[in-house]
Ligand binder design. Structure first.
Ligand code: PEP
Ligand code: MG
Length: 841
C-alpha cells in the first residue's frame, strides 16, 4: 500500500493517487480528469484521513476548502475500494446557509432556491444530526414558510440554530460519514460482499454543478449498454431543473435521453451536450476499459461530468460486455476470461426465477442442482411419467430418491427431496440431467395418504398444485413465478473457446445416457470421464431383466439372463460412442449393491413374485437375504465383479462389440474400462484377466483392433495407499471423491445431511466435505495416491470424477498435482472450463 502522506488530494491529472488509498470513485474521477472531461473541482480524502476523522482527528479544513473558492456549494460522496461495498449516502449542497440562500433566490428564483436549502437541511438533519426523518419531510411545493418551519424544527430538536458556516457544516458531514462506515450494520453488510475487516473509506468532496437556474439546467445519467442483455444501447434519464439523485429513473418529470417516440428527449433539448456525452462515453469505454454509467449535470447550458460508475449488470451482460471489449481490442482475451465469475455461467445454462418476480416461499432446502422449474406436485415416479404423458410439467417430491425413481426424474421438470445432501442420489442425477433439484428440505412433510405436502408453517399443497423448485437458491416456492430463459449465446461460446486456449488441465463430463453425452458434447467436454453403467439398468424393461438376473439360481442361468441384457447394453454403448466420436469414453463397470434393484414395499414384492412366477415368500426371503447392514460397504463395485463375474463379462463384451460396430461405421473411439471400489491389487489382476479374455474372444471374431485401456477408480482409502502396486495393472487412476470422502470421514453420504448444517454452523467442518473437497484430509489421500500411482507407472493418467470435480478448489488442487483432467456433470463443464482457464492465467 502507498504510504499515506497526503490525507487531502486535489484531483489533478498528475496527483499521486490510487484506488487502494483513495477508493475507486476518487481514482475513477482522476481518470476522467486525465481524459480532459469537464469534472468540477474535486478533493479526495484518503482512507487514512477518513479513519482519522472517525476518531476525532479532523483534517486541515482551510486547506480542504481552499480549492473551492468563495461560498462554494459542495457534495460529499463515499469512495471505498470496491463500490459494491456500499458506504454512507451522499450529501449535497453542503455550504447552503441564509446568505447563500438570499443570493440564490435572486439568481434562480425563490422556489428553486428554497427547495435546495430545504433538501440540504433535511439531509443534514437526518444524516448528520441523526434526527427523526418523519420531522423533516419535503413538501410538494417548497415555500419560504415551510423552510422557516423546518429550520425551527431543527433548532427545537438540537437546541442550536442550523449551522451557517460552510466549514462547520462540512466538518460535521465528514464526521458523520466517517462514523457511519464504522457502524456495525455497515460493517456486516460490506463483509457479506467480501470486504476485508479493515476495509477503508475514502471521501470525495466536489464543487456542486448547479442543475437549477437560468438556461438549460438539470441532471442525468447515461449508460451505453443494456444492463440486462449486454448489447449496445443508450439508456438513462435526464431531469430538468434538478440536482443529482440516487435513482433518477424514478424521479417525476424524468425524460429519455435519445430522440424517439416516447416524448421529449435530452437529445432534442441539448443536441450538443448529447453529442459530447456520446463522445465521452466512447472515450471512457476505450480508456477505462469498462462499461461505465456517467452522471452529469447541465449548469446553464454547460455540461459537467460528476461521476463514472461501473454499470451494474446481469450475468448474461457480463459475458457479452467482456467479449465485446476484447473483440474491440480494448482488453486482451485473457482479461475477458478473467472478468467473468464462473458461477455466473451456470446461471446462464438454466432457466432462473426472474429476480423481479415475487417469491412465495414454502420451504428451504439444499441447492443441489441449479436452475428453476415449475410443475404440478407428484409424489411417485409413476405419477411423474403419467403427468409427462399428459404433457403436464411436474415436480417429483420424494422423501429421497432411489434408482427406481430414475424414470420419474426423467419425466419431471424438477426434483425435491426431504432427505439427502449434495451427493445424494437425487442430487447426482439431477445435476447429470441438468434438472433443477432441491434436497434435504427436512422441514417439509409428505402425507402420502392425503396426497399432500405441507411446509413448516403448516400450509398444505395437494398433488396437482403447482410449485417451483429453485435449485440455485435451495428455495421451494408456491405457484409459478416468472422465469428467465437460459442463454447460450455466441458471446458465451466465444468466451469458453478463449478459456480453452489458456487452460492446462482437461475437462471431461460424467455422462450415463445418450442425453447426457449430447449435453457433454454441446458444452464441448473433451470426453466422458465417468459413465455410470448401472443407470442404464433402471430403464424400461431392463429393470425386470435385471431382477431376473439377481434371482438366477446358477451361473449358467445368470449368463442366460445376461445374454438378454447384452444387446441392450451394446446399443447403449453404440449410441454413446457415436455421440462422442473421436473422443475418450470411460465406462465404469457395474457398481451399486444389487438390492437397489429390488422393490422395498409389499406391492412391489408382489409384482415381482408375479413376474418371476415364484411364491411371494420365496421372493421376500431372497430380498431379505440380499439386504445388508451397510450396503455402501458391502457387496458392490469390484466385489460383485469378483463374486458374480458374469456381470462384468457381459459389460466388457458389450463395450468391445460396440467398439467393433462403431469402428465399422467409421467412428474411432478410445474406450476406457474402469473398475469401481477397488481396495486391493489382486482385485484388479482378476478383473483385468477376464476383461482381456473377453477382448480376445471379440477380437478373434472381428478384424479390427481394439483400442482400450483398463483403469481403476480410487475411492477407498486403501486404494489410495496401495496406488503404487495397483497402478502396475491400471493405465489410469480416477479418484472418486464421493466415496473417498465418505470412507475417509466415515460419514455416510446419504445421511450426512441430517447433521451437516449443525457441523458447519459450529465450525466442526469448515464446509460440507461432500460439497467442497476437503483438501487437507481427503486431498492428502488423493495426493498420496497420485504420487504412489506415478511410482507404479510413470505415465499413469490421473483424474478426478467425484461431484467435487467441477469446483474451483478441486480444479486448483488437480492442477497443483498435475492431473490430466477433471470430470464433472455436463452442465458444470462450462464452469470448469472457465475456472481452469482463470487458474492457469
Ligand atoms: C465417487 O464415489 O466419487 C464416484 C464418482 O462414484 P459414485 O458417486 O457413483 O459412487
Ligand atoms: Mg463411488
Amino acid at each position: 500500500q502507498m504510504t499515506d502522506i497526503q490525507p487531502l488530494t486535489l484531483i489533478t491529472p498528475t496527483a499521486p493517487m490510487s484506488a487502494g488509498v483513495h477508493g475507486g470513485r476518487a481514482k475513477c474521477l482522476q481518470r476522467l480528469i486525465r481524459l480532459e472531461m469537464p469534472v468540477p473541482t474535486t478533493v479526495a480524502l484518503s482512507f487514512g484521513a477518513v479513519n482519522g476523522i472517525a476518531h476525532g482527528q479532523m483534517p486541515d479544513m482551510e486547506a480542504l476548502m481552499a480549492p473551492f473558492g468563495d461560498q462554494p456549494l459542495l457534495s460529499v460522496r463515499p469512495s471505498s475500494l470496491n463500490p459494491d461495498w456500499g458506504g454512507p449516502s451522499a450529501v449535497l449542497n453542503v455550504g447552503m446557509n441564509d446568505a447563500r440562500y438570499a443570493q440564490l433566490c435572486k439568481d434562480i428564483g425563490v422556489t428553486a432556491a428554497t427547495a435546495i436549502y430545504m433538501r440540504f437541511v433535511q439531509s443534514y438533519a437526518i444524516h448528520v444530526a441523526r434526527l427523526d426523518p418523519d420531522e423533516f419531510y419535503l413538501p410538494d411545493v417548497a415555500t419560504v414558510e415551510s423552510l422557516h418551519a423546518m429550520l425551527a424544527t431543527y433548532e427545537f430538536e438540537t437546541d442550536e440554530p442550523f449551522p451557517q458556516q460552510a466549514k462547520v457544516q462540512l466538518g460535521e458531514v465528514l464526521r458523520s460519514m466517517a462514523r457511519a462506515w464504522d457502524g456495525t450494520t455497515a460493517r456486516l453488510l460490506r463483509q457479506a460482499k467480501g470486504a476485508p475487516v479493515d476495509a477503508g473509506l475514502g471521501l470525495v468532496v466536489q464543487r456542486m454543478a448547479l442543475g437549477v437556474g437560468q438556461g438549460d439546467c438539470g441532471t442525468g445519467v447515461i449508460e451505453f449498454v443494456d444492463a440486462n442483455s449486454g448489447l449496445p444501447k443508450i439508456v438513462g434519464r435526464y431531469v430538468n431543473q434538478s440536482q443529482g439523485r440516487e435513482r433518477i429513473q424514478d424521479v417525476a418529470g424524468a425524460i429519455y435521453l435519445t430522440r424517439d417516440d416516447r416524448g421529449p428527449s435530452f437529445e432534442e433539448q441539448c443536441p450538443e451536450a448529447f453529442a459530447e456525452l456520446i463522445e465521452y462515453g466512447a472515450l471512457i469505454r476505450r480508456k477505462l476499459r469498462e462499461e461505465m454509467q456517467i452522471k452529469f449535470t447541465m449548469e446553464s447550458g454547460v455540461l459537467h461530468i460528476l461521476d463514472g460508475i461501473r454499470v451494474q449488470r446481469s450475468s448474461r451482460a457480463t459475458v457479452r460486455i467482456a467479449v465485446a471489449l476484447a473483440n474491440d481490442g480494448i482488453i486482451p482475451r485473457e482479461e475477458a476470461v478473467m472478468r467473468v465469475e464462473p458461477a455466473a455461467l451456470s446461471e446462464l445454462l438454466h432457466r432462473q426465477v426472474d429476480p423481479k418476480a415475487k417469491r412465495d416461499l414454502i420451504v428451504r432446502g439444499i441447492a443441489a442442482s441449479p436452475g428453476a422449474a415449475s410443475g404440478r406436485i407428484v409424489l411417485t415416479a409413476a405419477e411423474a411419467q403419467a403427468s409427462a404423458a399428459r404433457g403436464e410439467p411436474c415436480v417429483l417430491v420424494r422423501r429421497e430418491t432411489t434408482p427406481e425413481d430414475i424414470r420419474g426424474m426423467h419425466a419431471a421438470q424438477a426434483v425435491l427431496t426431504m432427505r439427502g445432501g449434495v451427493t445424494s442420489h437425487a442430487a447426482v442425477i439431477g445435476r447429470g440431467l441438468g434438472l433443477p433439484c432441491v434436497v434435504g428440505a427436512f422441514d417439509l412433510t409428505i402425507d402420502r395418504k392425503k396426497s399432500e405436502i405441507s411446509g413448516p408453517d403448516g400450509r398444505k399443497f395437494a398433488v396437482g398444485d403447482v410449485i417451483t423448485v429453485d435449485g440455485t437458491t435451495g428455495q421451494v416456492l408456491a405457484g409459478a413465478p416468472a422465469m428467465l430463459e437460459a442463454a447460450l449465446d455466441g458471446a458465451f461460446q466465444t468466451l469458453l473457446e478463449w478459456a480453452d486456449e489458456f487452460r492446462d488441465i482437461g475437462v471431461r463430463a460424467n455422462a450415463d445416457t445418450p442425453a447426457d453425452a449430447q449435453a457433454a458434447q454441446n458444452f464441448a467436454a473433451e470426453g466422458i470421464g465417468l459413465c455410470r453403467t448401472e443407470h442404464m439398468f433402471f430403464d424400461g424393461d431392463r429393470l425386470g431383466v435385471m431382477r431376473e438376473m439377481i434371482f438366477a439360481e446358477s451361473s449358467d442361468d445368470r449368463r442366460a439372463v445376461l445374454e438378454r441384457l447384452l444387446p441392450m447394453q451394446r446399443d447403449d454403448f453404440i449410441s454413446l460412442f457415436t455421440i462422442m466420436a473421436g473422443k475418450s469414453v470411460c465406462v465404469r463397470l457395474f457398481d451399486p449393491p444389487l438390492h437397489e434393484f429390488l422393490p422395498s414395499d409389499k406391492a412391489g414384492l408382489r409384482d415381482l413374485a408375479e413376474q418371476l412366477a415364484l411364491p411371494l415368500s420365496d421372493v421376500t426371503d431372497r430380498v431379505h437375504a440380499l439386504s445388508e447392514y451397510n450396503p455402501m460397504l458391502g457387496m458392490r463395485g469390484v466385489r460383485l465383479g469378483i463374486a458374480i463375474p458374469e456381470i462384468y463379462d457381459m459389460q466388457a463384451q458389450a463395450i468391445f462389440e460396440a467398439m467393433v460396430a462403431v469402428g465399422e461405421a467409421g467412428v474411432a473411439i478410445s474406450a476406457e474400462i474402469m473398475i469401481p471400489l477397488v481396495s486391493a491389487m489382486r482385485e484388479v489382476e482378476l478383473v483385468k484377466a477376464r476383461v482381456d479374455a473377453v477382448a480376445n474372444t471379440v477380437l478373434s471374431k472381428s478384424k479390427s483392433a481394439l483400442d482400450y485401456r483398463l483403469g481403476v477408480m480410487v475411492e477407498t482409502p486403501r486404494a489410495a495407499l496401495r496406488a503404487e502396486d495397483i497402478a502396475e495393472h491400471a493405465s489410469f487412476l480416477s479418484f472418486g471423491t464421493n466415496d473417498l470422502t465418505q470412507m475417509t470421514y466415515g460419514l455416510s453420504r446419504d445421511d450426512a445431511g441430517r447433521f451437516m448444517s449443525a457441523y458447519v454452523q459450529q465450525g466442526v467442518y469448515a464446509e460440507d466435505p461432500f460439497h467442497t473437497l476437503d483438501v487437507e484430509g481427503v486431498g492428502e489421500l488423493v495426493a498420496m495416491g497420485a504420487e504412489r500411482g506415478r511410482k507404479g507407472r510413470k505415465d499413469v493418467t490421473l483424474s478426478i470424477c467425484g461431484e467435487h470435480a467441477g469446483s474451483r478448489t478441486a480444479i486448483a488442487f488437480c492442477r497443483e498435482h498435475k492431473f490430466d483432467y477433471v470430470s464433472c456433470s455436463p452442465f458444470r463443464v462450462p464452469v470448469a472450463r472457465l475456472t481452469a482457464a482463470q487458474l492457469a492465467l
